[in-house]
Design a protein around this ligand. Structure first.
Ligand code: DX5
Ligand code: ZN
Length: 229
């Protein structure tokens, strides 16, 4: 997985057909997705439950690019190896998930994956100040995690602060929640390069009508890249 700051669209399969993940992953990649974002929820750290490492392992052969696993679970450490063994390229843990995020990030890199840290909307940029040399990705939540389809919360000041803290380190800034063609330019202007989108990618499409995924992905990408033209 090489590093660059080009815009990457990462559809969240939280908005896909749960009975058809393999075909859904193939369809979004064929329609221009850069990464596949996989939301793991435990009904404890967040109020919703999705799936665990076995499902990630089942999805893996259907994803050619980056499998980006977002862990909304607590505790994290007992499961890091299982998600790495399931083939996650990036494993992101929440800074709020426990007192030992430093240890968690060490464990993620130690298991051979890229390490991500996520911040809830109520958590300031400074919470990751001591972690800058241990992370490959910082995920700024623009909704309170747990559900797709929520309204975007403006975190542009936090994104700008993080962009300044990162300097020239090879760290992605990922935005998760409420990203669509109207909000994408705001976060890209502030310094984001990875855009997670669930409902805005999957709306109007299906594995038998995947063209809508393609036009939805293009609409987000064009709006985001429009910032630079
Ligand atoms: C929220 C998840 C997101 C979510 C995004 O807890 O982490 O990845 O699926 O969905 P949309 O794009 O619909 O806000
Ligand atoms: Zn997510």
């Amino acid at each position: 997985m090489s590093f660059d700051r080009k815009i990457k669209i990462a559809p969240s399969i939280l908005a896909a057909d749960f009975a058809n993940f393999g075909a859904e992953c193939q369809a979004i990649e064929a329609q221009g997705a850069d990464w596949v974002h996989v939301d793991v929820m435990d009904g404890h750290f967040v109020p919703n439950i999705t799936f665990g490492p076995a499902t990630c392992a089942a999805i893996r052969p259907h994803v050619q690019g980056v499998m980006d696993v977002h862990l909304m679970i607590a505790p994290v450490d007992p499961y890091v190896e299982a998600f790495a063994n399931a083939g996650a390229d990036v494993i992101t843990a929440h800074v709020e998930a426990g007192p030992h995020i430093h240890r968690t990030l060490q464990a993620i890199r130690g298991a051979g994956a890229k390490a991500g840290v996520a911040l809830n909307p109520g958590t300031p940029a400074g919470a990751v100040a001591e972690l800058m040399d241990m992370v490959d990705l910082i995920c700024v939540m623009t909704v309170n995690p747990g559900f797709g389809g929520q309204k975007f919360i403006d975190m542009t000041a936090k994104i700008r602060a993080l962009r300044g803290m990162i300097g020239d380190r090879p760290i992605h800034i990922e935005i998760d929640g409420g990203v669509d063609p109207s909000t994408a330019p705001l976060v890209v202007q502030a310094g984001a390069d990875v855009l997670v989108a669930g409902s805005a990618v999957f709306k109007g499409g299906s594995v038998s009508h995947p063209d809508a995924y393609g036009s939805n992905i293009r609409a987000i990408r064009e709006a985001a890249e429009g910032v630079w033209t």
